[in-house]
Ligand binder design. Structure first.
Ligand code: MRU
Length: 322
C-alpha cells in the first residue's frame, strides 16, 4: 500500500490518522491542506513528510520561499522536512522541473530504504525477537521503511522474526501503524504497552531493538519518537543491541549534539483525550507533551544508513560517513 501517490498530475495521500480502522486517500489542494496534513500526522515519519512537502513545493503555485517557511514550521524536529523543501527551493532557483525533482526525492528514498534494509538485515539472525518503537516502516517513508525495513526485506527472503511493537503513547503509532503494517506483511507481531519493554527484554524475548530517527546530531546523538531513549537505556542494561536506522538525509552535521535539537511540543489533549472515550484527567490538570526525545550516541550500538553501518556513533565515527 502506497502512502503517497502522484498520479495524472495530482497527489494522493493515505490518511494515517485514520489507521487502522479506515484506509482513506485524501487529495490536498491548498497550502493549508498540506500544512495540516503534516501537522495532524495524516502524513508522518520523517522521510514521508519530506517527500510530501517536496510535492507541495512542486504543485502549489505560490511564493516558494514563503511556502518553504510555512511547511517547515509544521513539524520542527524532522530534518527531512526542511532538507526536502530546501532542495526544492534550490531546484526552483535553478529553473529545474519541480515535479521531476519531487519524483527524484521520492525515488531516491526508495533506493535508500532498500539499502538500509539490506545493511540492517546483515546484523540480524533468522528467528530473532525484535523490539520496535513508534513506526519506521513503509508508511513512514516511500517503501520498506528504515527501522522496519530489515523485517520486511527479511520476510521476502524467508526469515522469520518475532516482533514486539511498543504501542507508543500518546499517538499510538506502534499500535495503529506498525502492528497494522506488519500484520499486512504477514510478520509475527505482538503489541505491548510502552511500560512492558523491560519485561520482554528480561524474559529473553528480544535479540535486537530497531528504531528510526528524526534528526541525528554530528556526535551521533539521535532525536527519536518520545520514549525511545528509555528503550535504549533498557537495552544497554540487558546487553541487547540497539540500532537506529535512518537515511543520511536525517543526519544534520550543523547540529553538534542532541542538546541543540529543537523538540516539537504538542497539544495536551493528545494525552488526556485523543484516544479515550472520556477524558482521563481533569481539564485543569497540566500536561507536558514533547513529541521526541534524545538518545545519547553512547547508548546506540550502531546507526545504519544507506551508505553503511556506523558502529559506536561518536563525532569521529560519524565523520566517516560524510
Ligand atoms: O511523530 P511521527 O509519527 O512522525 O514519528 C515518527 C518517528 O518517530 C519515526 O521513527 C521517524 O520519523 C523515522 S521514520 C522512518
Amino acid at each position: 500500500m502506497e502512502n503517497i501517490r502522484f498520479e495524472n498530475g495530482a497527489l494522493y495521500l493515505l490518511d494515517q490518522s485514520l489507521l487502522p480502522n479506515q484506509e482513506v486517500y485524501i487529495a490536498p489542494q491548498t497550502k493549508e491542506d498540506y500544512f495540516f496534513a503534516i501537522k495532524k500526522l495524516q502524513v508522518r515519519g520523517a522521510p514521508a513528510i519530506g517527500i510530501f512537502a517536496a510535492y507541495a513545493m512542486a504543485l502549489l503555485d505560490t511564493d516558494k520561499y514563503e511556502l518553504k517557511k510555512y511547511l517547515d514550521s509544521a513539524r520542527p524536529t524532522a530534518v527531512n522536512l526542511s532538507w526536502a523543501t530546501q532542495r526544492m527551493l534550490s531546484a526552483y532557483n535553478e529553473g529545474k522541473d519541480l515535479i521531476k525533482e519531487a519524483q527524484s526525492i521520492h525515488n531516491e528514498d526508495r533506493e535508500r530504504c532498500c539499502k538500509i534494509s539490506e545493511y540492517g538485515l546483515s546484523v540480524l539472525n533468522d528467528g530473532d525477537g525484535i523490539l520496535t518503537h513508534c513506526n519506521a516502516g513503509a508508511l513512514a517513508t516511500s517503501s520498506y521503511g528504515t527501522g522496519l525495513g530489515p523485517l520486511l526485506l527479511g520476510k521476502e527472503k524467508g526469515y522469520n522474526f518475532h516482533v514486539f511493537s511498543d504501542e507508543t503513547r500518546p499517538l499510538m503509532q506502534g499500535a495503529r501503524i506498525t502492528a497494522y503494517e506488519l500484520e499486512k506483511a504477514g510478520i509475527d507481531v505482538t503489541l505491548i504497552c510502552d511500560n512492558m519493554a523491560s519485561t520482554v527484554m528480561k524474559q529473553g524475548k528480544i535479540n535486537a531493538v530497531l528504531v528510526g530517527a528524526d534528526r541525528i546530531a554530528a556526535n551521533g546523538d539521535t532525536a527519536n519518537k518520545i520514549g525511545t531513549s528509555g528503550v535504549a537505556v533498557l537495552a544497554k542494561h540487558y546487553g541487547i543491541p540497539f540500532y537506529v536506522l535512518a537515511p543520511t538525509s536525517t543526519i544534520d552535521f550543523n547540529i553538534e549534539t542532541g542538546k541543540d535539537i529543537i523538540i516539537e511540543e504538542r497539544e495536551p489533549s493528545e494525552i488526556k483525550e485523543l484516544n479515550f472515550r472520556e477524558p482521563v484527567a481533569l481539564p485543569e490538570t497540566k500536561c507536558y507533551n514533547p513529541a521526541f526525545d534524545i538518545t545519547d550516541g553512547s547508548l546506540i550500538t550502531a546507526i545504519i544508513t544507506e551508505k553503511g553501518i556506523i558502529k559506536n556513533p561518536s563525532k569521529e565515527n560519524m565523520e566517516k560517513i560524510k
